[in-house]
Design a protein around this ligand. Structure first.
Ligand code: NAD
Ligand code: LMR
Length: 328
C-alpha cells in the first residue's frame, strides 16, 4: 500500500535555493522514493515573488513527478505551515558582497519570530524544522523561542554545507573518495568562526590526522578554506551558494528523517548542555540519527586547541543571541 503524503513547507520558494531544492524534494530525494509529498510554498506577499513562485510551480507540474501529491502557493505563514510535517525555512535576506552576517540579524529577526509563532500555532506537533536562511543558527534560535508549545528539539539549523565542504577538502587532500570519510564534525555557528574538526575522522578505518600529518595545513589552509567558503562563493558568483546549499538541506532532512546508520553528521541543534554549551544555544554538534531523532555523539575528548575554537564560536553565538534578546 502506498504511503500517506506528508506536508513539506518551504519558505523563500521562489529564491535561488528554492529553485535548486523543490525539484529534488518532489522527486523523492529528501524523504525517499516511496514517500509522496505535498509542497506548501511560502513567498512574500508581493507581486514579483508571487509571480515567480507561480512559474516555479508550473515547472514542477511539468516534471510530472509521481510523488508530488499536491502543491500550494502561500503568502502567509499561518496557512503555509498548516499541518506541516517538515518546514525548510530558507526565505530571508541573503548576504551580499562585503556585508557582515551580523548585519543580517536585525533584518531577519522579525521574519523568524513571525514564522516561529505560525509554526507554534498551526504545524504538526512533530514538525521537523530546518533553518537555512542566515544567520541560520540564531534564526533557528529565534524561531524555537517563538514556538513555546513545540518541542525544542524540533528546531535545527543548517551546518551540513560546512560539513560537506570539509569532507570535500579532505577528499581532495588525501585523494580518497569522499564517501569513505567518517566522523567529520563542524562545531558551532554557520559563520567563519565555525570549527571544522577532523581529529576523529577516518578513511577506511585509518586516522585522517595521521594520513595527512600536516598541522600547518590543518590550521592555515583547511580551517580557513572551510570557514570562508561561503564568502569565496559570493565573491566568485556575485550570489551566495544555492545548489550546494539546497543539496546540504536535502542531506540534513533525509538523514534526520531516515537515519544515518550510525554515521556521524553535523546538525545545528539546541544544546542540552553537552560539551559545556549552555542550554538552548543553537550549536553545530556531531550527531547520529535513527527513528526520526538525532542524538549527540558524546564523550569526545576536547583538547586545548579545540576548546579555544569552540569557545570562540560559542562567544559569537552568545553575542548574536544577546543582540536579539529584546525581540523575544
Ligand atoms: N545555512 C547555509 O549553509 C546557507 C547557505 C547558503 C545560503 N544561505 C542563506 O539562505 C537564504 C536564502 O538564500 P537564496 O540564495 O535562496 O536567496 P534569494 O534571495 O535568492 O531567495 C530568498 C527568497 O526568500 C524570499 N523571502 C524573503 N523573506 C521571506 C519571508 N519572510 N517569507 C517567505 N519568503 C521570503 C524572497 O522573496 C526570495 O525569493 C539566505 O539567507 C542565505 O544567506 C544559507
Ligand atoms: O556566507 C553566506 O552568507 C553564504 C552561505 O551561508 C554559505 O555558507 O555559502
Amino acid at each position: 500500500m502506498s504511503k500517506k503524503p506528508v506536508r513539506v513547507a518551504v519558505t523563500g520558494a521562489a529564491g535561488q535555493i528554492g529553485y535548486a531544492l523543490l525539484f529534488r524534494i518532489a522527486s523523492g530525494e529528501m524523504l525517499g522514493k516511496d514517500q509522496p509529498v505535498i509542497l506548501q510554498l511560502l513567498e512574500v506577499p508581493a507581486e514579483g515573488p508571487q509571480k515567480a513562485l507561480k512559474g516555479v510551480m508550473m515547472e514542477l507540474e511539468d516534471c510530472a513527478f509521481p510523488l508530488l501529491a499536491g502543491m500550494e502557493a502561500h503568502s502567509n505563514p499561518m496557512t503555509a505551515f498548516k499541518d506541516a510535517d517538515y518546514a525548510l525555512l530558507v526565505g530571508s535576506r541573503p548576504r551580499g558582497p562585503g556585508m557582515e552576517r551580523a548585519e543580517l540579524l536585525a533584518v531577519n529577526g522579525a521574519i523568524f519570530i513571525e514564522q516561529g509563532k505560525a509554526l507554534n500555532a498551526v504545524a504538526s506537533r512533530n514538525v521537523k524544522v530546518l533553518v537555512v536562511g542566515n544567520p541560520a543558527n540564531t534564526n533557528a534560535y529565534i524561531a524555537m523561542k517563538s514556538a513555546p508549545d513545540l518541542p525544542r528539539k524540533n528546531f535545527t539549523a543548517m551546518l551540513r554545507l560546512d560539513h560537506n565542504r570539509a569532507l570535500s577538502q579532505i577528499a581532495a587532500k588525501t585523494g580518497k573518495p569522499v564517501a569513505e570519510i567518517e566522523r567529520m564534525i563542524v562545531w558551532g555557528n554557520h559563520s567563519p568562526t565555525m570549527y571544522a574538526d577532523y581529529r576523529f575522522a577516518t578513511i577506511g578505518g585509518q586516522s585522517v590526522v595521521k594520513m595527512i600529518n600536516d598541522q600547518d595545513w590543518y590550521v592555515n589552509v583547511f580551517l580557513p578554506t572551510v570557514a570562508k567558503r561561503g564568502a569565496a562563493i559570493i565573491e566568485a558568483r556575485g550570489l551566495s551558494s544555492a545548489a550546494s546549499a539546497a543539496n546540504a538541506a536535502i542531506d540534513h532532512m533525509r538523514d534526520w528523517a531516515l537515519g544515518t546508520n550510525g554515521k556521524w553528521v553535523t546538525m545545528g541543534i539546541p544544546s542540552d548542555g553537552q560539551y559545556g554549551i549552555p542550554k538552548d544555544v543553537m550549536f553545530g554538534f556531531p550527531v547520529t540519527c535513527a527513528n526520526g531523532e538525532y542524538q549527540v555523539v558524546e564523550g569526545l575528548e576536547i583538547d586545548a586547541f579545540s576548546q579555544q575554537r569552540i569557545d570562540a564560536t560559542l562567544a559569537e553565538l552568545l553575542a548574536e543571541q544577546d543582540g536579539v534578546k529584546h525581540l523575544l
